[in-house]
Design a protein around this ligand. Structure first.
Ligand code: UD1
Ligand code: MG
Length: 461
């Protein structure tokens, strides 16, 4: 028989969120509530094959999400009807009955730290131990009733006035000896205010049978449940501050940490400087000594060493290699890359484009589906006309090309190494090596035109 398994309860409707999205899929920063709970259990050293998430309400969505994010060994079990937490645990009986010990964790308790869970597991010796905390405001949590050497729980809705005054509450995390749980699980009834099968009733039933129950007190900060949007916002604040503290400790500089948002999946290096109002989402990685200017929003961006993002850059699923530079006010979209020392400047949009080493797109340009070689200079206002209404077409610009301002590249089109374009050109054909492409009407000057216009406006002829 295996020693220990963890069952995470995530089948509830989450009525108090007033949302069609299942409660555990609501985001804290950019990861759903359930991810924090599952990650905590795995980080506490429990192998995913010994962990199960119980899904039910909106379960298809929760299952799909978990399958994508976590190892395939993670078990996903179903509670088809949501009749309460006691019923939830019973629904998974076939799975946990193969173990000696069972930890049950509510799926809406995302702030618990792996170290705390580890110490809880290590200290477990009763037939059931529940995690409790002393709440400043005990809200609707189940109240802990301490006997001389036992513990039971009364739900808020069933509690008397006096019991409601108790500040020690049930955190929704339990350790059971499976053989002891087996003795009471079928005895849990639903004769209570909510007509639900309450898991906390397992404790009083154990007490009646002379089994040992106890409570392990944790800090309030770690054990808050998420039942509504106010609690979700509160948990987001706590997790945001933990992440910020971790990166400050790792040698990242932020002059206004309170204005910075960093995903739990982002990775930063020492020497990085983060200016105010920066958001780093997804699996963004920032290399040593990079500077991320104010107002920049990066999602799944890979930023190399010494990169300078001046300010107000939006970068998605793209890479900026060492010593490249971007901004202010640029939008670097999916699949783009600034090679080393390349630059995308003011009011520049890139999409699926590679800007070669030392190449510059300094102002007011759109490069879509374009590949630029090294040492290219793109004049202000140049644009790849990459979309013909049906297909996206590619533009290739060779090494050392010099592009005059306001060039339109009507893709597909190719410029060989050393080519140049005249300002204002519409380039529809390939430009050979070292040649100048001129694609504009010749200028004609009309003599004395301005004088004539002036006369006309005064009514003279
Ligand atoms: C529960 C506890 C309460 C405790 C609080 C801590 C019960 C009866 N009450 O109350 O004592 O103080 O957590 O946060 O357990 N779920 C299922 N299937 C169901 C019902 C719920 O899987 O049929 C899951 C939910 O998805 C959730 C967890 O169990 O993750 C707890 O359910 P919730 O409705 O949030 O219980 P609370 O009212 O918070
Ligand atoms: Mg809850």
């Amino acid at each position: 028989m295996k020693n220990l398994c963890v069952l995470i309860l995530a089948a509830g409707k989450g009525t108090r969120m007033k949302s069609a999205t299942p409660k555990v899929l609501h985001n804290i920063l950019d990861r759903p509530v359930i991810d924090y709970v599952v990650s905590c259990v795995i980080d506490a050293g429990v192998s995913p094959e010994d962990v199960a998430v119980l899904v039910g309400a909106g379960g298809e969505l929760v299952e799909e999400h978990l399958r994508e994010k976590f190892p395939t060994e993670l078990n996903i079990l179903w509670q088809r009807e949501q009749l309460g937490t006691g019923h939830a645990v019973k629904s998974a009986r076939e799975w946990w009955s193969g173990y000696e010990n069972l930890i049950v964790l509510n799926g809406d308790v995302p702030l618990i730290a792996p170290e705390s869970l580890k110490s809880f597991i290590a200290s477990f010796s009763n037939d059931c131990t529940v995690i409790s905390f002393m709440a400043d405001d005990p809200k609707q949590y189940g109240r802990i009733i301490r006997g001389s050497d036992s513990v039971s729980i009364v739900e808020f809705k069933d509690a008397s006035e006096d019991q409601r005054k108790i500040r020690e509450v049930n955190a929704g995390c339990y350790a059971f000896k499976v053989s002891s749980l087996e003795k009471v699980i079928d005895l849990i009834k639903n004769d209570n205010a909510q007509h639900e099968y309450y898991l906390p009733d397992a404790l009083s039933l154990m007490n009646e049978q002379g089994l040992r129950t106890g409570a392990f007190i944790f800090s309030e900060e770690e054990m808050q449940g998420i039942n509504n949007h106010a609690e979700l916002a509160g948990a987001t604040k706590v997790i945001r501050e933990r992440i910020i503290a971790k990166w400050l400790d790792e040698g990242v500089r932020m002059i206004d940490p309170d204005s910075v948002y960093i995903s739990p999946d982002a990775r930063l290096s020492r020497g990085v400087v983060i200016m105010p109002n920066v958001q780093l989402w997804g699996e963004t990685e920032i290399g040593e000594d990079a500077y991320i200017g104010s107002g920049s929003i990066l999602t799944n961006a890979k930023i190399g060493r010494n990169v300078q993002i001046i300010a107000y850059a939006v970068i998605e699923n793209s890479e900026l290699k060492d010593s490249s530079k971007a901004g202010p006010f640029c939008y670097i979209r999916e699949g783009s890359c600034l090679e080393q020392r390349a630059f995308a400047g003011k009011f520049v949009e890139l999409k699926k484009s590679r800007i070669g080493e030392n190449s510059k797109v300094p102002h007011l340009s759109y490069m879509g589906d374009a590949t630029l070689g090294h040492d290219v200079n793109i004049g202000a206002g140049s644009i790849t006309c990459n979309y013909d209404g049906v297909h996206k077409n590619k533009t290739f610009i060779g090494n050392n090309c010099f592009i005059g301002s306001d060039t339109m590249f009507v893709a597909p089109v190719e410029l060989a190494d050393g080519a140049a374009t005249a300002a204002g050109s519409v380039i529809t054909q390939a430009v050979p090596e070292n040649s100048l492409g001129v694609g504009r009407a010749r200028q004609t000057n009309i003599k004395d035109w301005s004088k004539k216009r002036l006369k006309q406006s005064k009514g003279e002829n």
